[in-house]
Design a protein around this ligand. Structure first.
Ligand SMILES: Nc1ncnc2c1ncn2[C@@H]1O[C@H](COP(=O)(O)OP(=O)(O)OP(=O)(O)O)[C@@H](O)[C@H]1O
Length: 263
């Protein structure tokens, strides 16, 4: 279990004011779950992910992964950002193998494990390609393979598909469901898209800004249905999906109205 307990983060803004980016957020991310954080800009989604990744300290509260306190980045957490962070001078295979190299894994095992992961993300034939030869979606696939290379306990994804065109985005969502289903990794995923959140999450948390709080939680099973029947259109066209989309839209908008009224 990854456990966030009453996590708060305050930042000192440049004008001397204090920004309350996260306010006593509690969240459980069980094994094999797919937890999606949804909310308008500035509601603390990235702050929460960065704290789980160990990139920034909490002001109050705690985060533990299977009982171990998180205080720094570690190989037990794989991270994927919106902008890929591939090294342009290294091949696709070497990019995937990078974390394994740092972990001291030998050359041939690095090759085998990285090749298997490239197969998992549908890029088996691109191991010798250079990053500049790949499309945006393919680069994100390499990023996912690289994040999985050290066999982490959780995958942390900060708007990984936010810069992709809508068709590629849907393909990437479907690919990610396969990766999740086959590896059994738990995932914490951030998005602005209500539809993406509904399609992917076993749990969706809706956040609102200033201070960043969780204002609603939904347990869902669309992603499990898709993992079984692989029919995204059927799921997204279902009345159940449409009703929830409207319900969540109303929550997101009311938290934005609240913010503008307060300003
Ligand atoms: N290093 C920092 N210094 C000061 N303020 C910060 C810092 N990082 C984030 N903030 C502020 O904290 C709040 C939450 O930011 P955060 O990036 O976590 O939101 P978000 O929900 O991820 O937004 P977006 O969807 O736009 O990425 C915002 O008001 C932001 O301006």
């Amino acid at each position: 279990m990854l456990k966030v307990e009453r996590a708060s983060v305050y930042f000192a803004a440049r004008d001397g004011r204090t920004v309350h980016a996260l306010d006593r957020v509690s969240l459980d991310i069980p094994d094999q779950s797919f937890v999606v954080a949804l909310g308008a800009s500035g509601c603390g989604k990235s702050t929460l992910l960065n704290a789980i990744a160990g990139f920034l300290p909490l002001s109050e509260g705690s985060i533990t992964l299977d009982g171990r306190p998180i205080v720094a980045p570690g190989a037990d957490r794989g991270v994927v950002f919106q902008k890929d962070t591939l090294l342009p001078w290294k091949s696709v295979l070497d990019n995937v193998a990078l974390g394994l190299k740092f972990a001291g894994v030998g050359r041939s095992e690095r090759r085998d494990r990285s090749q298997a992961l490239l197969q998992l993300v549908g890029l088996a034939d691109f191991s010798n390609a250079m990053p500049f030869e790949l499309s945006g979606g393919m680069r994100q696939r390499v990023g996912i393979a690289r994040a999985l290379a050290t066999d982490p306990d959780i995958l942390l994804m900060d708007e990984p598909f936010g810069a992709l065109d809508s068709l590629t985005r849907e393909q990437m969502q479907e690919l990610l469901v396969s990766v999740w289903d086959r590896t059994g990794k738990r995932i914490f995923f951030i998005t602005h898209s209500i539809e993406e959140a509904l399609f992917l999450g076993t749990q969706v948390i809706v956040m609102s800004p200033r201070p960043g709080r969780i204002v609603a939680r939904f347990d869902l099973d669309f992603v499990k249905r898709f993992a079984k029947n692989r029919d995204a259109r059927e799921i997204k066209a279902s009345p159940e999906f449409a009703n929830l989309r409207e319900e969540i839209r109303a929550i997101v908008h009311s938290s934005e109205d609240f913010r503008s009224a307060a300003e």
